[in-house]
Design a protein around this ligand. Sequence first.
Ligand SMILES: Cc1cc2nc3c(=O)[nH]c(=O)nc-3n(C[C@H](O)[C@H](O)[C@H](O)COP(=O)(O)OP(=O)(O)OC[C@H]3O[C@@H](n4cnc5c(N)ncnc54)[C@H](O)[C@@H]3O)c2cc1C
Length: 550
Amino acid sequence: MLTIDDVRSVPLFSTLGVAELERLAETSADLHLAAGEFAVHEGGERALYAVLTGKIEVVKLFDGIERRLGFRVPGTIFGEVPIAFGTVFVGGYRAAEPSRVFRVDPKHYYAIAAVSPEVVAKVGALARERIGGLQGIAAEPPKARVTMIGHRWDTTCNTLREFLGRNQITYDWMTPDAPDLSTRWPGVRPADDDCPVLRLTDGTLLRRPATRDVAERLGLQTRAQLGEYDTIVIGGGPAGLAAAVYGASEGLRTVVVEREAPGGQAGTSSRIENYLGFPSGVSGDELASRALQQARRLGAEILVTRSVARIDAATRQVYLDGDDVVRGQTIILATGVSWRRLDVEGFDRLIGKGIHYGAARGEASATHGLDVHLIGAGNSAGQAALYFANHARTVTLVVRGESLEKSMSRYLIEQLRTKANVTIQPRSEVVAAHGDTHLTAIDIRDGANGEVGRHDCGGLFVFIGADAETGWLPAAIARDGRGYVLTGDDVVKAGRWSHGRDPYLLESSAPGIFACGDVRLSPVKRVASAVGEGSMAIAFVHKFLQQDAR
Ligand SMILES: Cc1cc2nc3c(=O)[nH]c(=O)nc-3n(C[C@H](O)[C@H](O)[C@H](O)COP(=O)(O)OP(=O)(O)OC[C@H]3O[C@@H](n4cnc5c(N)ncnc54)[C@H](O)[C@@H]3O)c2cc1C
């Protein structure tokens, strides 16, 4: 229990009167931390902490990598910046050895501050000093973890850039003819056939590497640590990450298998405006990176660049691409949906070379000063048009219907109207794509008169809806005609349930295998519903483990 003497041993509080010391001793939390345990995480709510025994290290994530900024020893405090400026914690504070700290909540700090101007002055001075230090760190240019030479229209180079961007790895990319190549790439210029070539910070050179190889070299997890898990989550979008956060936090051995990068479709969205708790919207990257950190911190394993090739519904064995097999007491399918493909002359040849399905946000900077086109009339197309409007010279939204009103949210239509360089072309269809090494022009047919016109095109982004790609699932998992997984009542109605009890709400026709998010047959396709279902799936996992696995 915290005593007056404990509080007084911290120099900041040593001059306080007995009443204030008593107040702090009675109201502060007394934290006994094991080595490695956090007193507060980066982004944590403001409070003032004082160290009584042990040693606390200050850590902060830069570009996804943790860096140690210093230590706090007995008698010192931390949290002066959040408490003085009303912010969250910009770094995390973790016990480097068994430690004891006490936490003063804001309400009690302000009560003490009201009667002790000396405490306010000391905390304020310390906060200003620390802000100076943080400014110095923030002013350091972010060091690229990967430097890459590759051709603009090389699909391997594009895949690697997309992979690095989506996994939040900072990289410096240049084409082999970049005028400043010799200053940005020390040493011999690689041969054209070797490109894309990647140089890592330790000097390792990788020539035309596979994404998984790059992932492993960068320390991203690609292999499961265990042979068996309480739950295996397939897909690392909002639904899968929510399942990982809830599963791991509730003590389940949880692994997520993600074929690309965590975040799913939401990770490609420039701004999600309607997710609760983010009044000014949040970018998909930001949401994904926060969820990923949270899932990892709580102990979930997240494998990237691994695709699930098949599962055995009876044994719940999961076969990853390559040879690895892991077994789950339960499996959660959170594989979302994939963009529908357009069957148009010239398309397949130019995919990744100017034509992209979805937003391909990494391409935005390459569209500077160009005329780009988007196909689609839904919210995803609208968001992407707004995003590309800040980069491209013109953005044309090619829409098959009469108008956007039926398919796009009003707020997006209104925002599009305010952009001088965005044009909506209704009753129109792209009928061909042209270019040798990359896309240069497209043909658009005007539905009103049937005329086809050719237009210069510096980038074409396609958003024509999505379908569940679940052809790889076993027949034991019932789906509808478009691949969406049936769960709960729908399984019973389809006559696909023969188990002794009713299926749980998110349970598929194979007991112990659940589906959540966009891949599940349901009319709602939203980030919030995916997150809700991901967390709910864990409740059913618990029920299944208690009742069926016995
Ligand atoms: C551009 C865009 C903007 C959007 N904006 C909004 C918005 O503003 N508000 C909103 O509420 N919703 C929005 N949405 C919809 C929202 O993003 C989705 O509803 C949500 O992402 C669904 O989450 P999910 O986890 O079910 O699936 P997904 O996000 O699709 O994630 C599924 C994941 O599973 C992985 N995967 C698939 N198959 C396998 C396999 N076999 N092995 C391993 N991994 C696999 C995929 O790589 C993917 O990462 C937007 C979508 C897009 C594309």
